[in-house]
Design a protein around this ligand. Structure first.
Ligand code: IMP
Length: 196
C-alpha cells in the first residue's frame, strides 16, 4: 500500500489512539480532526451507525478536500431493545462514561437476559467515492464494573471471546484483536485500495 493521508472525523482521543495503533504499520498517516481547528464537530443525526459514520466523513471530506475516515460506534443491549445504540455517547445528561455505566447498571439490575454487542461502523469518503461497513463483538453485560483499560462501556462488557474478563481488563493488543473496531478495521485496507 502506498503512503496516504486520512483525516479521522472525530475528536474522540480514544478512537484516534485505537485506530492509529491499528494503522501504525500500514503506511497510512492518520490526521486528527484537531489539525483543522476551524472545523466544528461533525454532525451525527442519522438513525443508524453507518449513516452517522458517512455523515461525519462526508462533512470532513467536503471541508478539507482530504480523504476522511469516520467511526460511529456504540453498545446495543438486547434486553433494552438495542439501547443505547446510536445514543451511546449521550445516554445521560452528563455525557460521561461514569454516568452512562451507572445508568446501564441500574437499567440492567435484576435482568436475566444480558446479551449485548458493540458495533463500530467505519466510513471512508474521498473524491473517488464512499464506502461504509461495520464490525461487531458479541458479549454480555456484567453485573459490576471491572477494569481500568479502554474507555466508555468497556468495564461493563464481557466479550464472548475473552471468558471471565471485561473489555476494560484486556490489554490494548487483546482488545484490538477482538473488538468491534478491530473487526471493522480489517476491511479498511480494501477500502483504502479502492478509494485512495
Ligand atoms: P460516537 O462518538 O457517537 O461514535 O459514540 C461512541 C460511544 O459509544 C462512546 O462514547 C462510548 O460510549 C461507546 N463506545 C464506542 N466504542 C466503544 C469501545 O470500544 N468501548 C467502550 N465504549 C465504546
Amino acid at each position: 500500500m502506498s503512503p496516504s493521508r486520512l483525516v479521522l472525523a472525530s475528536n474522540n482521543a480514544h478512537k484516534l489512539e485505537e485506530i492509529g495503533r491499528m494503522l501504525a504499520s500500514s503506511g497510512v498517516e492518520l490526521l486528527p480532526l484537531s489539525a483543522f481547528p476551524e472545523l466544528p464537530e461533525p454532525p451525527e443525526t442519522a438513525p443508524d451507525f453507518e449513516g452517522n459514520a458517512l455523515q461525519k466523513a462526508r462533512f470532513v471530506f467536503e471541508r478539507t478536500g482530504l480523504p476522511a475516515l469516520a467511526d460511529d460506534s456504540g453498545l446495543e443491549v438486547d434486553a433494552l431493545g438495542g439501547a443505547p445504540g446510536v445514543y451511546s455517547k449521550r445516554w445521560t445528561p452528563e455525557v460521561s462514561a461514569e454516568a452512562n455505566n451507572a445508568k446501564l447498571r441500574r437499567e440492567m439490575s435484576g435482568v436475566h437476559e444480558r446479551s449485548a454487542r458493540f458495533v463500530c461502523a467505519l466510513a471512508l469518503v474521498s473524491e473517488r467515492g464512499e464506502r461504509a461497513w461495520r464490525g461487531t463483538v458479541e458479549g454480555q453485560i456484567a453485573q459490576e464494573q471491572r477494569g481500568e483499560q479502554g474507555f466508555g462501556y468497556d468495564p461493563m462488557f464481557l466479550p464472548e471471546r475473552a471468558p471471565g474478563k471485561t473489555m476494560a481488563q484486556l490489554s490494548p493488543a487483546e482488545k484490538d484483536a477482538i473488538s468491534h473496531r478491530g473487526q471493522a478495521l480489517e476491511t479498511l485496507p480494501a477500502a483504502i485500495e479502492a478509494l485512495l
